[in-house]
Write a protein that binds this ligand. Structure first.
Ligand code: NAD
Length: 541
C-alpha cells in the first residue's frame, strides 16, 4: 500500500468544438458518422467483463431514419441479471479495497478517452442513435460526460478529506465506505452523459453496479461501456444489461443484495421502482438508497420590464433544442399582454427559419424525437390543442413519421392557464403560452408556482430588480435549477449542480459533493489514547 497523500488538481470544464464549416473537427465528425453508418453492429450484454449474447434481439435504429438499423442488441432477462449479481459480488471486495485514487485514475482516463480519441465516436453514436445535432451531442456526450468523471473524482478527494474534531486524548476519524451490495443504475434515453454518470458515480465511490441503459440509447451507451473497460475498469464493477424495463428491473430489485437505485427517467417509472423496493423491503440486507431525477414542466415567467427579443431567443433554445426532450426544456411560458405582440412577432419570425431533419445535415437546428411511442404521444397533445376551444396552435403543429419521427417546433396559445399542455410533461418540441393581464402579475406568479406537480427548472425575465427579487422569492420551491434572465436549460457540471424536488426527483444534485454521499456509508471511529481504568464517575464520590 502506498504511503503518500495524492492530490488531483481542480479540473476545468471540457471546452466544446464549434463544428463550424472548414474546421478539422467537422470533417472528423462527418467521417465518423459515415463510418458508423456503413455497418450494423451487434450489442451484447457485458457481464463480469464478458460479452453475453442472449439471442433475443432488438433493432436499434436512427430516430430520424427509422429504416436504418445501426445495431442488433441482445436483450437480458432474469437469467442474465442473476449472473450479473454474482459477477458484481465477485468484483466487490477488491474494487472497494482499492484506494480512492486508483478508482479516480480509471474515471479520469475514461474522461480523457471520451474527450480525446473517442470524442467523435461518442458524438457520432449519440447523433445517430438519439438524433442529436452535432452541437447537442458535443456538449454532453463528450463535454458533460468528461466533466462528470473528472469533477466527481475531484469531489471524492475533497469529500474524504472531511474529518471530525478530536479533543485531547482522542482520535476521531470517519471513513467513507461503499455500500454493501450492488447499485441498480437505470438510465434514460436523452443524455449519454447521464447514462455514464448513473453507474459511474457509484462505481467511483467503490460500489459495484448493474446498469440498465434505455433501449433507445443503446448505441452510444454500448460504446461508452467499452471505453470504461479500456480505461481500466475491472470486470464486474459495472455490468451492462440491455433490456426492457421490467425484464431487468424486477429480478434486480428482488435481490437481497440491492443496496441502491440510481435512476433518471419519468416520474411514472420512478414511482413504480420506488413502490417495488418498498414492497421488497423485508428482503434486503440493507435499506437501499434511492436517488431519482424525474420529469419537469419547466417554466419561463416574464415580467413586463423584460426584453421581447431576449425572451423569444431563450424560449426557442429552451423549448426546441434536442426537440424539447431535455428534462429542463421550457414547456410553459407566462407573458404579459403588453409585451406579447412583440414576443409573438419574434417567435414567428425566428421559428420560421428553423429546419427539422436528418442530423447528418448540419444546417438543421432539430432532429427527430426518439421513437414511435414519443411521436404518437407528442402528436396526440398537438391534436388535442387543435381541437380545443380554449387553445390554438399559432406556430408549427405539423409532424411526419414516414422517414423519421419529425415534429415541427410548435407553439400553442391558450386562454386557460390550466390547459392540459400547461400542466403535463410532453417531452417534445411544444411550448404553450399563457398571456396574462400585466395588472395581474401577482396572481400569475401564484399560478406559475402552483400549476405543476414538478419543480425541476424555471426561468424568470425582467429588467426591474425589485421584480426579479419578488419572482425569485415567490418561486423559491418551484424549481431546483432557477435561471435569472437566462434560458432554463444547459446546466454545467461544477457550475449549476442539477436536480429538482417535488415530483421532479430527490434533488440529490448530479455533479456535486452531496450527490456522492448517497453512494457512501460512513464509519465513525473513536480511539482513546488513555482509556479509563475505573468505572466510577467523580459525582459519585
Ligand atoms: P422512462 O421512465 O421511460 O425510462 C427511463 C429508464 O427506466 C429506461 O432505461 C427504461 O427502460 C427504464 N424502465 C422503465 N420501466 C422499468 C422497470 N419496470 N424496471 C426497471 N427499469 C425500467 O424515461 P425516458 O423516456 O427514458 O426519459 C425521459 C424522462 O426522463 C422524462 O420524464 C425526463 O424529464 C426525465 N429526465 C429527467 C432528468 C433529470 O435530471 N431530472 C434528466 C433526463 C431525463
Amino acid at each position: 500500500m502506498s504511503q503518500a497523500t495524492f492530490h488531483l488538481r481542480e479540473p476545468k470544464n471540457e471546452p466544446y468544438f464549434s463544428f463550424a464549416p472548414g474546421t478539422p473537427e467537422r470533417d472528423a465528425l462527418q467521417k465518423e458518422l459515415k463510418r458508423l453508418k456503413s455497418e450494423t453492429i451487434e450489442i451484447p450484454a457485458i457481464i463480469g467483463g464478458k460479452e453475453v449474447k442472449t439471442g433475443r434481439l432488438l433493432d436499434v435504429v436512427c430516430p430520424h431514419n427509422h429504416g436504418h438499423v445501426l445495431a442488433k442488441a441482445h436483450l437480458c432477462g432474469e437469467k442474465e441479471v442473476a449472473i450479473a449479481i454474482e459477477a458484481a459480488k465477485k468484483a466487490q471486495a477488491s474494487w472497494a479495497a482499492l484506494p480512492w485514487e486508483e478508482r479516480a485514475a480509471v474515471f479520469n482516463k475514461a474522461a480523457d478517452l471520451v474527450s480525446g480519441p473517442y470524442r467523435m465516436l461518442m458524438n457520432a453514436s449519440t447523433m445517430l442513435g438519439q438524433s442529436k445535432t452535432a452541437h447537442q451531442a458535443e456538449i454532453e456526450a463528450a463535454g458533460e460526460l468528461a466533466d462528470f468523471f473528472r469533477f466527481n473524482s475531484w469531489y471524492l478527494q475533497k469529500l474524504i478529506e472531511d474529518q471530525p474534531f478530536s479533543p485531547d486524548g482522542m482520535w476521531n476519524r470517519v471513513e467513507y465506505r461503499p455500500l454493501e451490495g450492488f447499485i441498480f443504475a437505470v438510465s434514460p434515453f436523452n443524455f449519454t452523459a447521464i447514462a455514464g454518470n448513473l453507474p459511474g458515480a457509484p462505481a467511483l465511490c467503490g460500489n459495484v453496479v448493474l446498469w440498465k441503459p434505455a433501449p433507445t440509447a443503446l448505441y452510444s451507451n454500448y460504446f461508452l461501456m467499452k471505453v470504461l473497460h479500456e480505461a481500466g475498469l475491472p470486470d464486474g464493477v459495472i455490468n451492462f444489461l440491455p433490456g426492457e424495463g421490467a425484464d431487468v428491473g424486477n429480478p434486480a430489485m428482488a435481490s437481497p443484495d440491492l443496496s441502491g437505485l440510481h435512476f433518471t427517467g419519468s416520474a411514472a417509472t420512478f414511482h413504480h421502482l420506488w413502490k417495488t423496493i418498498g414492497n421488497n423491503i423485508e428482503t434486503y440486507k440493507t435499506y437501499p438508497r434511492i436517488v431519482g431525477e424525474t420529469g419537469g414542466k419547466d417554466f419561463i415567467m416574464v415580467h413586463e420590464s423584460a426584453d421581447a427579443k431576449v425572451i423569444a431567443t431563450a424560449a426557442i433554445r429552451a423549448a426546441f433544442e434536442y426537440q424539447g426532450q431535455k428534462c429542463s426544456a421550457a414547456s410553459r411560458m407566462y407573458v404579459p399582454d403588453n409585451l406579447w405582440s412583440d414576443v409573438r412577432k419574434h417567435l414567428e419570425e425566428e421559428i420560421a427559419q428553423i429546419t427539422v431533419g436528418d442530423i447528418e445535415d448540419f444546417s438543421h437546428f432539430m432532429g427527430a424525437v426518439i421513437d414511435k411511442k414519443a411521436f404518437d404521444k407528442i402528436s396526440g397533445y398537438i391534436e388535442y390543442a387543435r381541437e380545443a376551444k380554449d387553445a390554438e396552435i399559432i406556430i408549427g403543429g405539423d409532424y411526419d413519421d414516414s422517414t423519421g419521427y419529425f415534429i415541427k417546433p410548435t407553439v400553442i396559445l391558450t386562454t386557460n392557464p390550466h390547459f392540459k399542455t400547461m400542466e403535463e410533461e410532453i417531452f417534445g418540441p411544444v411550448l404553450t403560452v399563457y398571456v396574462y393581464k400585466s395588472t395581474e402579475f401577482e396572481q400569475t406568479l401564484d399560478l406559475c408556482e402552483s400549476t405543476s406537480p414538478y419543480a425541476l427548472t424555471g426561468a424568470i425575465f425582467a429588467r426591474d430588480r425589485h421584480m426579479l427579487k419578488k419572482m425569485s422569492d415567490k418561486l423559491r420551491n418551484a424549481a431546483g435549477n432557477f435561471y435569472i434572465n437566462d434560458k432554463p436549460t444547459a446546466a454545467i457540471v461544477n457550475q449549476q449542480p442539477f436536480g429538482g424536488s417535488r415530483k421532479s426527483g430527490t434533488n440529490d444534485k448530479a455533479g456535486s459533493i452531496p450527490h456522492l454521499y448517497r453512494w457512501l456509508s460512513m464509519r465513525s471511529m473513536k480511539e482513546t489514547t488513555n482509556p479509563p481504568s475505573d468505572w466510577r464517575y467523580p459525582y459519585m464520590g
